[in-house]
Design a protein around this ligand. Structure first.
Ligand code: PLP
Length: 382
């Protein structure tokens, strides 16, 4: 059976060119902190990757801190920035559609005396700027709004968020994990203080990410030990992983324009076919990353659809990967105030390098058959 992978927002396969760079780094060995030639070779690998990541997001290399994941980058920013906030600033404001990596880190701040406030999102999947404006004040230390949502793909008005936060002197963290490598990202144009990214969302390896930290930003380190990463993140660097992240960043920088257009064409074609199915509705509108669509099928159980699609060789998702398998439904779609029926029947299709033209009609065809079968069963039970 030929399999179709439409879950690139969960993780992307490692690009063979990235794999080769990583294999070379693994074979070379060396600790970047060692002064001998082996160590200096590893150091050069890490610093070259830092340049490539910086170039992808418009930062300077000194502003890039390598981490063990996107989750770690989000935690580092939220906890590290709040720890250095003035005593008069004891509030953090996060959007309702944030990934658990941000939401759970904010909860930790809540347990340590910060007031955590949540910004609403509209039915279109965009954070409500009027609500944000009402929440942010002189007591706000930090605002966190993501760049692109992992479930709907909707791109958030981050530059406007920064403007609102700045008026009250608050910092802004942006989870750029689903945007980086898919659309052009320029940290200076956005005006944010920190940006999280993760290699495995753009054809790099799992278990390595980075945090952009704007020059001059005061941030407490999460991990203590050696002086690696300019004292921002202790621990011997994951040299091969970092080399892979750098290679993935270089490839993405070169390929975003063409691959973005190709994926948008395929995603739009898939959407036309899926929205023609009975009871189908799209979740999220306005500007979106080019590879993602989230569609609800009225009256259907998303998990059953996912399993039936999987049996037919097609991999999709019911929302955030870490939410899948758990009983709770998507907090993102609930946060958008979509009716429960719509939340329960929603599937995320995320395209990528592996997606071919023929996958589009095939996916729609298989899903149409599955929906028909499920509806016939539901009808016979009435
Ligand atoms: N933030 C967003 C928006 C994500 O989609 C993910 C991964 O699904 C993460 C953070 C966490 O990244 P990682 O898997 O590298 O920990």
């Amino acid at each position: 059976m030929e399999r179709i992978y439409l879950d690139h927002n969960a993780t992307t396969p490692v690009d063979p060119r990235v794999f080769d760079v990583m294999a070379t780094a693994l074979r070379s060995g060396g600790n970047p902190s060692s002064l001998h030639a082996f160590g200096q070779g590893a150091r050069a690998t890490v610093e070259n990757a830092r340049q490539d990541v910086a170039a992808l997001i418009g930062a300077t290399p000194a502003e890039v801190v390598f981490t063990g994941s996107g989750t770690e980058a989000d935690n580092m920013a939220i906890l590290g920035l709040a720890a250095m906030a003035q005593p008069s600033r004891r509030k953090v404001v996060v959007s309702v559609i944030e990934h658990h990596a941000v939401a759970a880190a904010a909860e930790v701040l809540g347990e340590s005396g910060f007031e955590v406030q949540t910004v609403r999102a509209g039915q279109d999947g965009v954070v409500d700027l009027a609500d944000l404006r009402a929440l942010v004040d002189e007591r706000t230390a930090l605002v966190a709004v993501m760049l692109a949502n992992n479930e709907t793909g909707v791109i958030q008005p981050v530059a406007e968020v920064v403007e609102i936060a700045r008026q009250k002197g608050a910092l802004v963290h942006c989870d750029g994990v689903q945007a980086t490598g898919k659309i052009p990202v320029d940290v200076n144009a956005l005006g944010i203080d920190t940006l999280a990214l993760s290699a495995h969302k753009f054809y790099g390896p799992q278990g390595v990410g980075a945090l952009y930290v704007k020059h001059g930003t005061r941030m407490k380190a999460l991990l203590r030990g050696g002086p690696q990463e300019r004292n921002r993140r202790a621990g011997t660097e994951n040299v091969a992983g970092i080399a892979g992240l750098g290679a993935a960043a270089r490839l993405a920088a070169a390929e975003i324009p063409t691959e973005g257009q190709r994926l948008e064409r395929l995603r739009d074609a898939l959407e036309v076919l899926l929205l023609a199915l009975p009871g189908a509705e799209r979740n999220g509108s306005g500007p979106r990353i080019p590879n993602t669509t989230n569609i609800s099928f009225d009256g259907a159980e998303a998990e059953s659809l996912l399993m039936a699609l999987d049996l037919a060789g097609i991999a999709v998702s019911t929302g955030a990967a870490c939410a899948a398998g758990a009983v709770s439904s998507s907090h993102v779609l609930r946060g958008m105030h979509l009716p429960t029926r719509r939340v329960q029947g929603s599937l995320r299709f995320s395209l990528g390098h592996a997606t071919r033209d023929a996958d589009i009609p095939r996916t729609a065809e298989v899903l149409a058959e599955i929906l028909e079968r499920h509806r016939a069963v539901a009808h016979s039970r009435r």
